[in-house]
Design a protein around this ligand. Structure first.
Ligand SMILES: *[C@@H]1O[C@H](CO)[C@@H](O)[C@H](O)[C@H]1NC(C)=O
Ligand SMILES: *[C@@H]1O[C@H](CO)[C@@H](O)[C@H](O)[C@H]1NC(C)=O
Ligand SMILES: *[C@@H]1O[C@H](CO)[C@@H](O)[C@H](O)[C@H]1NC(C)=O
Ligand SMILES: *[C@@H]1O[C@H](CO)[C@@H](O)[C@H](O)[C@H]1NC(C)=O
Ligand SMILES: [Zn+2]
Length: 447
């Protein structure tokens, strides 16, 4: 026995998100581990001490709140959720029970191979984790597990195809709501929005054939790139990061490869300075890491999210061709670690919050390339995570410069903009469809 194993090992509270949970006098606000989705419900996860549970429970008990005590020391908490995919994609999948149990079996039997990149001494600390996991919360659409550190490193490769896993932070994170004053700039821009022929000519200069070349490199369809996968721990992800940095720098940006966790490929953060003296910063981003499925290593990630990545790069290339200068600082960012739970963007959003950055708007592009045959061209905007006024601005900009797009909401959610939203920055997302995910190759090794 070790001293840390005193009872209780950890108390986990999972309850529907509500701002009152974070009021100043709430002991829960210091025990917050993030918001996660369960279908269309946002749930907040807390790890409170026993006294806090007692006080809180007397005040507000949501009927669906769940309190569990871990029976073993918690190394890494992992949230699992089923994603919003179209019913047509689900027809071949097995029932939830079989699928989820098969996943738990895979977690407990998964043998670490040297290619998992985990030092041997970490594996030895695992003796009290015979099964490798403990289930702390489970519904048909979501689950919270406690797993060993080494299983946590590979869990995203074991989850069922239409599920995603998120590694919870090691420490509680302060909850930061989006202050109404931080939306003032976007409100001004929206109120004064009108067609500008100069902007239209810049939009018209985006080169689709260049985007095709760029995606061929990132997916490895162009064999010269040598990229088989852009999974965050893979060699291909590091190749992609260096290549992206060089391509963005070709366009006049200044880029940093920013490491955020050992073993993960870095975020690629590129900046164009403002021509006027201002702290205002606009951030456009995508995630360049990818995820394969069913234990296969090939993970080309053309749509998810090679498409968003080359869209951001195509903006950079157009900035160069048209000689665009900005009256705001502009950052174009390619994140890694998205598929393990927004890890790269979470680190960068927290860094910008700590620096008191004046981020006036942030837009994440995740999956832009797939169109179901017969459906109109469309733009999906988030109905859950993000600031509605920012989403409205993107809808209106689209109506002006891309009137052919049918704009609507999508339940496909929770890409890197969530990290910024949760740090109180004005943020939204753009997606290929005004509905759930329907790309048949989603999280598949084929595309
Ligand atoms: C973009 O604009 C530049 C400069 O006006 C021009 O040389 C180039 O051909 C244009 N490219 C596209 C794809 O429109
Ligand atoms: C930019 O503005 C800040 C704040 O108004 C001021 O302190 C700083 O001197 C200015 N810098 C330049 C180069 O003008
Ligand atoms: C942030 O930038 C906006 C837009 O330029 C400006 O109106 C605002 O005063 C800035 N905020 C701070 C705290 O500098
Ligand atoms: C934005 O679009 C909405 C419709 O979606 C419209 O009612 C509104 O007038 C537009 N605002 C601007 C500033 O164009
Ligand atoms: Zn994605």
């Amino acid at each position: 026995m070790n001293a840390k194993a005193a009872w209780p090992l950890a108390i986990l509270l999972v309850t529907p998100f509500h701002p009152s949970l974070f009021s100043h006098d709430s002991c829960l606000s210091k025990a917050f581990y993030g918001n996660y989705q369960q279908g269309s419900t946002t749930l907040s996860v807390f790890r409170p001490d026993p006294a806090c549970v007692d006080t809180w429970a007397y005040q507000t008990i949501a009927p669906s709140a769940s309190i569990t005590e871990a029976t073993r020391e918690v190394q890494q908490l992992v949230w699992l959720e089923e994603q919003a995919v179209d019913v047509s994609l689900k027809t071949q999948t097995r029932s939830f029970r079989n699928e989820f149990d098969a996943f738990l079996d895979a977690v407990s039997t998964h043998e670490l191979s040297p290619s998992d990149g985990i030092p041997a001494q970490e594996v030895m600390g695992d003796s009290h984790y015979q099964a490798g996991y403990e289930v702390l919360y489970r519904t048909p659409q979501a689950a919270l597990l406690s797993v060993s550190h080494e299983k946590a490193r590979v869990i995203d490769t074991l989850v069922p195809r239409f599920w995603r896993s998120t590694l919870l932070p090691k420490e509680p994170i302060p909850f930061q709501s989006v202050a109404p004053s931080s939306l003032g700039h976007v409100e001004d821009v929206l109120a004064n929005l009108k067609f500008d022929p100069v902007i239209a000519s810049i939009v018209g200069n985006i080169s689709v054939s260049q985007m095709r070349n760029d995606i061929r490199f990132l997916t490895g369809e162009d064999e010269k790139s040598g990229i088989l996968s852009r999974h965050s721990f893979s060699k291909g992800a590091f190749t992609a990061a260096s290549w992206l940095k060089a391509r963005f720098e070709d366009t006049g940006a200044t880029c940093d490869l920013k490491r955020f966790l050992i073993g993960f490929a870095p975020n690629v953060v590129c900046r164009y300075p403002s021509i006027v003296n201002t702290t205002a910063t606009v951030l456009l981003s995508a995630h360049y890491d990818s995820r394969g499925s069913f234990g296969r290593t090939r993970a080309p990630g053309a749509d998810d999210d090679g498409s968003g990545t080359v869209a951001i790069l195509s903006i950079a290339r157009t900035i160069l061709r048209k000689g665009v200068k900005f009256r705001s600082n502009v950052e174009l960012v390619a994140f890694a670690g998205e598929e393990q739970g927004l890890l790269g963007s979470r680190a960068y959003a927290r860094e910008l919050r700590a620096a008191n950055a004046n981020l006036t708007v942030m837009v994440q592009a995740d999956m832009l390339a797939f169109r179901e045959p017969g459906e109109p061209r469309q733009l999906g905007l988030p109905d859950m995570i993000g600031s509605p006024v920012v989403t409205q601005l993107v809808a209106n900009v689209s109506a002006i410069y891309s009137p052919e797009l049918r704009v609507g909401f999508t339940p496909a959610c929770c890409s890197d903009h969530q990290s910024f939203h949760e740090q109180g920055f004005p943020a939204t997302q753009v997606f290929e469809r005004a509905g759930p995910i329907i790309d048949p190759m989603y999280h598949n090794s084929g595309k």
